[in-house]
Ligand binder design. Sequence first.
Ligand SMILES: Cc1ncc(COP(=O)(O)O)c(C=O)c1O
Length: 394
Amino acid sequence: MKLHSTAVHSGDRKRTGGWVPVTTPIATATSYFYDDIDDLDRVFNKDMPGQSYGRYSNPTNDALEELVTALENGEGALACSSGMAALHMAIETALLDQRRVVLAANLLYGATLNMLVKVFEPAGVETVFVDFSDENAVRSAIAEHRPGAIVMETIANPLLRVPPLDRIAAMANDAGITLVVDNTFATPLIMRPLEFGAALVVHSLTKYLSGHGDVLGGVVVAGKDHLDPLRSLSRMLGFTLGPFEAYLAMRGIKTFPLRMERQCANTCRVAQWLSSHPAVDRVYFPADTSHPDAENIKRLFAPGLFGGMVSFEVKGADRDEIFRMMNALKMVVPATSLGDVHTMMLYPAMSSHRELAPKHRARLGIHNNLVRLSVGIEAVEDIIADLDQALAAA
Ligand SMILES: Cc1ncc(COP(=O)(O)O)c(C=O)c1O
């Protein structure tokens, strides 16, 4: 071969010998060949396991999918390029039987809500929004609208409501409706929705599972009825996760349970402290015995774990005071995301729920003095000291 060909071909395509890499390498190849072209034909035909083309599967993504499937106790998974891509894939899969109505919780991540209204609705899919903490409202909406899919979050953003997932799953299964559950906030350490009867579980990998603020990704975990349609759709739509991100997500997931335990413990301490702070009007936290969904929390959550999120309202504050507080933060990061090792403060009216009309936000209870904290793994004393001085500045 001449130099130009050598530069393209040498070094690649080493056969796997008898060794096993201890951690999964990043596989960047987008296509594969076999000693005999018949084998590639068998792989395409699913008669033989193997790789053919990067949009269909990839060894690094396969490893990540196997890992998340095991975490959520599913049948299989699909790694996607973002949490929103994963949600889109899950809802499309749920609606494959052509029923064109979605029943959705009225408290959802803002982009999910927007996707239903601005992407699915113009494509002919109507969404009916209901308060999912009200079981009777869900039951009536199922009877009246006969939806093809139900969409909800295990811990709803940003007021941390916890709908009765087990009861909604029972209603969905009785009526033959595909239940799609976003488990990003609770994570499989606290709750595994497939075990309660959900059909498809979605994660933004960007959050707790990866945990270091350096990966954008998502995953759909499926039970056995929905895995093949999910994979077939993905081959056409191609919202595939890149192998670098898959590698980073796997690396992050190895420490996810340890991080999450620490985040849960820190959040309990921060929530307690906020509850007795004179500048704080109201705290939203699932460990609170007066939480409106306390019964659901007791039934559904792993004992002693209440998640790493806490929201609170600052007494008499509006946008200006909240901005002053966020600008005063020294260690806590005033940025948009959650689930990372560092504590983050977010203002829902400005970011996660920005696209909603102020009237709609107010109706959902997302007031202009509400902030949301994603508590990290730092020393809890440092988190509290920083919040204390920032609240003083507000
Ligand atoms: C609950 C929830 N689901 C889904 C998403 C979307 O994830 P991504 O940003 O990875 O697309 C987010 C993002 O904040 C989220 O909070």
